[in-house]
Design a protein around this ligand. Structure first.
Ligand code: AGV
Ligand code: CA
Length: 313
């Protein structure tokens, strides 16, 4: 059975790889793509998205929408630069043309339109902050009834998150920290949420082994694309640093195409929107239920994404 899917991403290396992989999933009917300038700069992220759809999207006629949402805390500039590198990859620029359109609608309005027009409930895949969804729910509360569920890369219930910034205690995950109020708005809705939190994404760091595995198969153009993308970001070698790269969003996308890669359990939670723990998600008796993805079969995951990437001639 095919799933209607809408993707909202924020232009990081693993966001753009996730777009590429969702386009390869037979069971996914991708309705549209929104791009939010959180962990990226908007222009290169839009260009890269359109070029990926052109090059690897099999003429699916998907359009891309730009978000004008703003966060509360900015991502580090070094990370936001990654979208420029992907946009410049020769494989995405070979044809010298761009066919995929940018919608006239802002991303949250584009999201509303696609949910309203879908003949079946839509699965929302958010792999950046939740701002566009929170804005959409605010102006169009009716869309809730045509949302199958939200699959979000964000949050963590571990003691240590991945934010290392002044005035913060380090307990939050970045997508939640960028706009904690948006998390609260979505938590206050009745939408079913699958939470791909740091519990599971910590199990899929980028490593030199996985890079070499892709390098050895680089004659295949899709696997070469994976290798080129993950050449831009630091792998886990001796110990984890603030810039160590994980396949956060790619795990989120993979859990849609192959749900049995991951294990889930229901937890009740709230989110902190003020103070030194902003963006921290916490287990609480009175919280709202979410399906926490807490474990992944690492080897099966890497095999699955490699096979998805493999292009047939
Ligand atoms: O917190 C993970 C989210 C994911 O959506 N992003 C990266 C993924 O796209 C923010 C982030 C946390 N640590 C990072 C991040 C790092 N070391 N480099 C780039 N982005
Ligand atoms: Ca992201």
């Amino acid at each position: 059975m095919t799933k209607r899917v809408y993707l909202n991403h924020d232009g990081g290396v693993d966001d753009l790889v996730s777009l590429f992989l969702l386009l390869q999933m037979e069971e996914v009917d991708l309705l549209g793509v929104g791009v939010i300038p959180a962990d990226c700069y908007l222009e290169p992220a839009l260009y890269a998205s359109r070029k990926i759809i052109d090059r690897f999207g099999n003429n699916k006629g998907i359009d891309v929408a730009a978000s004008n949402s703003r966060g509360k805390h900015s991502f580090p500039k070094d990370w936001r630069m990654h979208a420029f590198f992907i946009d410049a990859l020769p494989i995405l620029n070979e044809s010298g043309r761009i066919n995929t359109n940018v919608s006239e609608l802002k991303a949250h309005v584009h999201l509303i339109k696609h949910i309203r027009e879908s003949d079946e409930p839509v699965t929302l895949v958010f792999i950046g902050p939740l701002t566009d969804l929170a804005r959409a729910l605010y102006v169009a509360p009716d869309i809730e009834s045509n949302i199958e569920k939200l699959v979000w890369m964000g949050g963590t219930f571990l003691e240590k998150g991945n934010v290392e910034e002044p005035e913060h205690d380090g307990s939050a995950e970045w997508n939640a920290f960028w706009d904690p109020d948006a998390v609260k708005v979505v938590w206050d809705s009745k939408i079913e949420i699958d939470l791909v939190a740091l519990e599971s994404t910590n199990m899929v760091p980028l490593t030199v082994d996985i890079r070499n595995y892709w390098a050895a198969q680089r004659t295949n153009i899709g696997i070469d694309f994976l290798g080129q993308c993950y050449a831009m970001v630091p792998p886990l070698v001796h110990f984890q640093t603030n810039s160590t790269y994980f396949l956060w969003d790619v795990l989120t996308a993979a859990s849609i195409g192959k749900p049995d890669l991951v294990k889930q359990k229901v937890v009740k939670s709230i989110v902190h929107t003020e103070g030194a723990s902003q963006g921290k998600t916490v287990i609480s008796e009175n919280g709202r239920p979410v399906n926490l993805v807490y474990e992944v079969d690492r080897d099966a995951f890497f095999e699955y994404i490699t096979e998805l990437a493999r292009q047939q001639d």
